[in-house]
Design a protein around this ligand. Structure first.
Ligand code: NAD
Length: 795
């Protein structure tokens, strides 16, 4: 064909990227082993897994299936390496991460080609998106290693972290996990997905070349069995998992009570909202990136098109015209838009869901052209006439399938957008910035893109709301997933010693210890004092064994009412932070007015000395002040990712939080839990100390007189572990904090898997006066989830 003829037809010719170097790399390294303690080892069990090229169905090579002995060896190596690695200066770790970034860039094309061969994604994407983002993550976190001592005083690494990743962005997910973990001084055992292990092994090679100490990064290949071994290993301090919600739930249950930290980046069904004033041509290109990027195998794929009814037909016509022009084929062809589906099992899953969509009455449309017949391909697919409750509108398809629904008003759009159990991401398209930002605020998702989609950067944390998981990767917030408080932490601060009560001391302080008045403190639900549904009360004793009073024996029904009341009070989050600060100051003021009464209660119930009791009340007042101060200051960062625009990291309230209080310091601990949660705009159901609940029930009178709106704080008394478990099972509770015993902590983590609520559990008494438990930012962080709103600009 002559050049003139090419100009005549403008047809694409083949533009293949050579695979020789990548295939040679594979050949040179066969049989591919496990990277443990800086050495390449073959699996002791001898089992191997085939690695297939999804574009051809042909075998590329095989990798090792790590068994128990291999995983043990990897964890031991990581444990041995931990002390020295975490003791290195941040600057030294920064140099290593920098070296990894450099190495990666030097071998960028090898990585990109190997990734496309293994995963089936177009080379255009692996070369221009995945690999540059990997480099960016390594550089960015080299910076955080450098700044660690200054920016995170009092914090240290967790230890050995187990990292388990999926197949859709094999190297990128590795970087999202490895970079922050190493920067903060942890050591790593990483397991890539069984379908896509190759770039992780090439990465291990550059780890070796960059001279990282043996054991700092270990890469073990294998299927779910190897993953389970990592999850269950007692020397692993944290599991960082990215994958399906189903497996996330299994891991939540497996790790319940094991004292392991956990972050879960799970599935999604992200909405792509188009308002009638949007620039429709940009929208169409946005949709291509939202749902046909990486064959739609993207956790945050814009898989639900929600379009305003008045422009629906016009937009869908444009979308179909664009779909007709998409090019599917060999992932190594540089002019291909859509590559291959990762594996036959995934292809089958897509086919089944599409068949189900048709059976449920939706209308399917696909382009006229046919897919290649070698390998695993699926055409871009559009569903219209989709009812919001049908399977294809609710379930993650994880393929190039777009379902379209329409709305009339912004509020209907928000309702539809929030109508799944997920909350990973959303795109909002409108030329009206007021509307776009207002809708962004109302959508329950961890990332919102305004007039854009699928933008990622190391500076901006990524992660889910609701059943899309918890924890963030990227940004400063992502580093906390790999840190714990160590400086003067609770480990170093045993519970405050309680001396027995001395009448003389009481007299000295001039505090009257009044005899108990016959009164039954009630529960506090929806701003009302209510009797327990059970009709039972429990006795509460004084230190000396006398009866101090009675409190209601809360049950499932009381908790249900309390959660409902907390839900109804959700507009607490919409008020200004200034208003919340004012109310917290007011609570402090009213508590201070009644300080003697509260101190007397502590003396009689806990046996605290007068000094200790006064100190507890005073510290509670001070803590309320502290969180009042924070209420309007805990703002998020503004990121400047490498686009023309900004990403706004907005800490948002989580929703309804359940706070299960410890027995020690019953007033101060209660205040220390409730104040940060409500300061950040959450509404709470609090279970006060089981042994000493009266300080908390006394407090509702203070709340009532301090303008705290009804339902913002609900108090249910009773047996801690029974109530905690019910709260952990409750689907309308978004987060639970539990301070109690190990068995109760385990039960809470286990039961929380139902709706993937966030948990924060402790089974050791804390010192609520100083050190860790007085560290406000820990509590504020656990009271919020960061939403990143990307706002590109340019006329
Ligand atoms: P998957 O859950 O099947 O597997 C993920 C990883 O977990 C693999 O390495 C697998 O071997 C391992 N694994 C499986 N069962 C295990 C077990 N019982 N114990 C320990 N490890 C186990 O997911 P997938 O099919 O590989 O990936 C697709 C899913 O990942 C989608 O749901 C997608 O939305 C999600 N995803 C989420 C994000 C995010 O950041 N939220 C990013 C990418 C992918």
């Amino acid at each position: 064909m002559s050049v003139a003829e090419v100009f005549e037809s403008m047809a694409y010719g083949p533009a293949p990227e050579a695979a020789d170097a990548a295939l040679q790399w594979i050949a040179d390294h066969e049989p591919l082993g496990l990277f443990i303690d800086g050495q390449w080892q073959q699996p002791l069990g001898g089992e191997r897994l085939d690695v297939i090229n999804p574009a051809t169905g042909g075998k590329l090579t095989s990798v090792a299936q790590a068994g128990a002995e291999d995983v043990n060896a990897a964890v031991s190596a990581a444990l041995r390496a931990f002390d020295a690695w975490s003791a290195l200066s941040g600057h030294a770790r920064a140099r290593y991460l920098y070296a990894l970034a450099r190495q990666l860039q030097r071998h960028a094309r090898l990585f990109a080609v190997l990734e496309s061969l293994d995963n089936g994604k177009p080379i255009r994407e692996s070369r221009d998106i995945d690999i540059p983002l990997v480099a960016r993550h390594l550089y960015y976190h080299a910076g955080w290693a450098q700044l660690m001592a200054e920016q995170f005083p009092g914090y240290g690494p967790l230890g050995v972290v187990g990292q388990i990743i999926p197949w859709n962005f094999p190297l990128l997910m590795l970087a999202w996990k490895v970079a922050p973990a190493l920067a903060m001084g942890n050591t790593v055992v990483l397991k890539p997905a069984e379908f896509t292990p190759l770039t992780a092994l090439l990465f291990a090679e550059i780890v070796e070349r960059a001279g990282l100490p043996p054991g700092v990064i270990n890469v073990v290949t294998g299927d779910s069995r190897s993953g389970e071994l990592i999850v269950g290993h007692p020397d692993v301090s944290k599991i960082a998992f990215t994958g399906s919600t189903e497996v996330g739930r299994i891991i939540r249950r497996e790790t319940a009570g094991a004292g392991k930290r956990l972050s879960l980046e799970l599935g999604g069904k992200s909405p792509f909202l188009v308002f009638d004033d949007a620039d429709l041509d940009s929208v169409v290109e946005g949709l291509v990136d939202a749902i046909w990027f990486n064959q739609g195998q993207v956790c945050c794929a814009g898989s639900r098109l929600l379009v305003q009814e008045s422009i629906e037909e016009r937009l869908l016509d444009k979308v179909r015209a664009r779909m007709e022009k998409l090019r599917i084929g060999d992932p190594l062809d540089k002019a291909v838009d859509i590559g291959a589906i990762v594996a036959p099992v995934q292809l089958r899953k897509i086919q089944e869901l599409v068949t189900q969509g048709v059976a449920e009455g939706a209308v399917m449309w696909q382009p006229s052209w046919a897919c290649p017949t070698d390998g695993y391909f699926f055409p871009p697919t559009l569903f219209t006439n989709v009812a919001p409750a049908t399977t294809i509108a609710q379930v993650e398809i994880f393929g190039p399938v777009l379902v379209s629904m329409s709305f009339r008003s912004p509020s209907e759009a928000v309702a539809l957008a929030n109508n799944t159990s997920y909350g990973l991401a959303a795109s909002v398209w409108s030329e009206n910035i007021n509307l776009a930002l207002d809708v962004a605020r109302q959508i329950k998702a961890g990332t919102i893109w305004v007039n854009s989609t699928n933008l990622f950067d190391a500076s901006s944390g990524f992660g889910g709301y609701r059943e899309s998981g918890f924890g963030r990767e990227g940004g400063k917030e992502g580093l906390h997933e790999y840190l714990r408080w160590i400086g003067g932490g609770k480990e170093d601060n045993p519970v405050v010693p309680r001396s027995t009560r001395h009448e003389a001391e009481d007299d000295q302080a001039g505090i009257d210890v009044l005899p108990a008045i016959d009164r039954t403190p009630k529960m506090y639900i929806g701003g009302k004092q209510v009797r327990p549904d059970s009709g039972y009360s429990r006795l509460v004793y004084e230190r000396g064994g006398d009866i101090a009073g009675e409190v209601g024996e809360g049950n499932r029904k009381d908790l249900r009412n309390a959660v409902e009341a907390a839900h109804k009070a959700a507009s607490w989050a919409d008020g200004t932070a200034h208003n919340r600060a004012q109310i917290l100051y007011y609570v402090a003021e009213n508590l201070a007015v009644r300080d003697r009464e509260f101190a007397a209660r502590l003396i009689s119930t806990t046996g605290a000395s007068a000094d200790e009791a006064v100190r507890e009340v005073e510290t509670s007042v001070e803590r309320l002040f502290t969180y009042a101060a924070w209420a309007d200051k805990y703002d998020g960062p503004i990121h400047r990712p490498p686009i023309r625009g900004l990403a706004l990291g907005v800490p948002e309230p989580i929703g309804v939080m359940a706070l299960v209080c410890p027995d020690e310091s019953p007033l101060l601990a209660f205040v220390s839990l409730v104040a940060p949660a409500i300061a950040m705009g959450n509404t709470v159901v609090a279970v006060p100390s089981e042994a000493h609940p009266l300080s908390a029930t006394d407090l509702y009178q203070v709340l009532e007189t301090s303008d705290v709106p009804a339902g913002v704080v609900n108090i249910v008394t009773g047996r801690r572990d029974v109530l905690a478990r019910t709260l952990a099972e409750h689907d309308d509770v978004s987060s639970i904090w539990y301070f109690g015993e190990a068995e109760g902590a385990r039960a809470v983590e286990l039961a929380s898997a139902g709706n993937m609520k966030r948990t924060w559990v402790f089974s050791q008494p804390c010192n609520w006066y100083g050190g860790w438990a007085a560290q406000c930012e820990e509590f504020l962080r656990e009271s919020t989830q960061v939403k990143n709103i990307w706002v590109p600009y340019g006329a």
